[in-house]
Design a protein around this ligand. Structure first.
Ligand code: HEM
Ligand SMILES: *[C@@H]1O[C@H](CO)[C@@H](O)[C@H](O)[C@H]1NC(C)=O
Ligand SMILES: *[C@@H]1O[C@H](CO)[C@@H](O)[C@H](O)[C@H]1NC(C)=O
Ligand SMILES: *[C@@H]1O[C@H](CO)[C@@H](O)[C@H](O)[C@H]1NC(C)=O
Ligand SMILES: CC(=O)N[C@H]1CO[C@H](CO)[C@@H](O)[C@@H]1O
Length: 431
């Protein structure tokens, strides 16, 4: 009887269910947000067949595991040893030498993630840019010595949001649904790839412009932004892209977006962008945090080369010469710690602009974000639990977008992630 009356209550107040983040903010007229002009139109534009997405008929898959060059020993997406400090590519390992992408490979300056582009250019992922769960989880361990837990978390997020949970395939760039899905016109809809906006990708990226400010192109490398980041490194840390540089620069990117982008959205998922930014100083340097995130290292992974006008052109991303991955694996707790550090240096309000200069703070996000802010005493472990919640709860992709995970997707995510978070102490959702 109790659950019956609860059902009735729920159905009578759909707006509270639909907008759990913002329902409690006083003075917010939800119907106004439904009507917000930029609401869904742009999201839709990127969900059709993309005829410009490169097509390579020769899908070779990542270079197979070779016991002569085991790296951290991850095979077929299983956990490896976690023991890094390994030279990559290993001397003599021709299979993982740099191979520039061709015109038919999904890559180029217009793809979001330097880490994935580099991995594909060295055949740790399929060279055509169409990859899958096993490749992603092994590549992140063997190449970068990410911990199995973090490697799985990011890969599962990427596939659930931008790829296919049946085939586990994902395009590291543009929409290639005809190749990632066995049923491209089916219920799961289009699979936009990593370039999609407000799914994995979001506003305030380091070297990519905001979606709304750049005609929907939030994925192309921007040389002037790379120069901005370098300038901050010079001002902050003698040219090193360390955690202070990245904290200052991410803070500036937020301030710029807030001021310039009438559709700016900085939801809880933006915490993942702090995580991605931490790779620059935790994963890219030689031996990871033991080395310097100096210009040579970072620009090589980014494929950034200085040009005559003080900006940067883009060439294919690659692993620097004589490069060794970090010794200790980089896992969920470590990334939680870096998110806490960067956010803690310059706390920002979570929320979004609903028109120029009209910022709406989020409230009651999983009980942890109140009035757009996180509590001061939030720990690395709290961030780890928040990462889990972001992956398994419905989190709006924009201020006015509910972004509900289809049940089939949610079930798959829980199956993949619950074992990873088993010992985290975070409350888990039941499948
Ligand atoms: C399955 C694994 C991964 C996926 C699906 C993924 C996806 C993405 C996406 C969608 C973005 C854009 C986020 C934004 O809006 O700013 C991004 C950014 C980034 N990723 Fe990855 N990533 C993965 C793993 C990695 C790894 C292992 C590294 C480094 C070793 C890495 C380095 C970066 C960096 C540095 C950025 C910031 C780019 C910028 O704006 O300058 N990623 N990633
Ligand atoms: C940063 O400093 C280095 C070394 O002085 C210089 O070559 C470079 O042009 C500077 N970069 C920027 C963007 O200011
Ligand atoms: C340098 O790069 C910027 C940004 O990509 C570009 O606009 C400019 O035309 C380039 N300048 C030269 C001289 O190549
Ligand atoms: C919420 O945040 C706004 C902006 O920072 C502030 O003016 C307001 O007093 C806060 N309200 C509460 C209840 O904390
Ligand atoms: C601005 C705002 O509405 N803040 C509210 C957020 O939610 C808490 C209760 O969880 C209220 O006390 C605040 O007033």
């Amino acid at each position: 009887m109790k659950s019956f009356s609860l059902l009735i209550i729920l159905s009578q107040v759909p707006s509270i269910i639909a907008w759990p983040w913002i329902a409690n903010v006083p003075g917010v007229d939800l119907s106004a947000m439904h009507a917000h002009p930029e609401n869904f139109a742009k999201q839709r534009r990127q969900t059709g067949l993309d005829p410009t997405c490169p097509f390579n008929p020769d899908h070779t898959g990542a270079a197979p595991f070779d016991p002569q060059f085991p790296y951290t020993g991850s095979i077929d997406g299983l956990p490896g040893t976690g023991v890094g400090g390994v030279q990559v590519p290993a001397p003599g390992d021709t299979a993982h030498e740099f191979t520039a992408p061709g015109p038919n490979d999904i890559r180029g300056p217009g793809m979001n993630c330097p880490g994935m582009n580099t991995a594909a250019n060295h055949n740790f992922l399929s060279h055509d840019g169409i990859t899958n769960l096993a490749e992603l989880v092994s590549a992140q361990q063997n190449l970068y010595n990410l911990h199995f837990d973090l490697a799985t978390f990011i890969a599962v997020r990427g596939i659930a949001l931008d790829g296919d949970v049946v085939t586990t395939k994902l395009s590291i760039g543009c929409d290639a649904t005809e190749r990632t899905s066995i049923d491209p016109t089916g219920t799961l809809g289009r699979e936009p790839g990593l370039n999609a906006h407000n799914k994995f990708e979001g506003d305030t990226s380091l070297t990519r412009r905001d979606y709304f400010l750049n005609n929907g192109d939030a994925f192309t490398f921007q040389g002037d932004m790379f120069a901005d980041m370098y300038r901050v490194a010079n001002e902050t840390s003698n040219g090193v892209f360390d955690r202070d540089t990245i904290s200052v620069y991410r803070s500036r990117r937020y301030d710029e977006s807030l001021a310039e982008n009438p559709n700016f959205y900085f939801g809880p998922k933006a915490l993942l962008l702090y995580g991605a930014a931490s790779f620059i100083y935790e994963v890219f340097p030689v031996f990871g945090p033991e080395g310097d995130a100096n210009f040579d290292t970072v620009s090589t992974f980014y494929g950034a080369v200085p040009n005559d006008s003080g900006s940067y052109d883009h060439v294919p991303e690659r692993i620097p010469e004589n490069w060794f991955n970090r010794r200790a694996a980089y896992g969920l707790l470590e990334i939680g710690n870096e998110i806490a550090y960067q956010y803690g240096r310059f706390p920002k309000l979570f929320g979004g602009n609903v028109g120029a200069g009209n910022f709406l703070a989020l409230n009651t996000t999983f009980g942890i974000i109140q009035n757009g802010t996180l509590p001061d005493e939030v720990t690395a472990k709290d961030f780890v639990c928040l990462l889990y919640q972001l992956a398994v709860d419905n989190v709006p992709g924009t201020v006015a977008n509910e972004a509900e995970l289809p049940l089939q997707v949610l079930t798959w995510v829980l199956t993949q992630l619950n074992p990873i978070f088993q010992n985290s102490g975070c409350p888990l959702k039941i499948t």
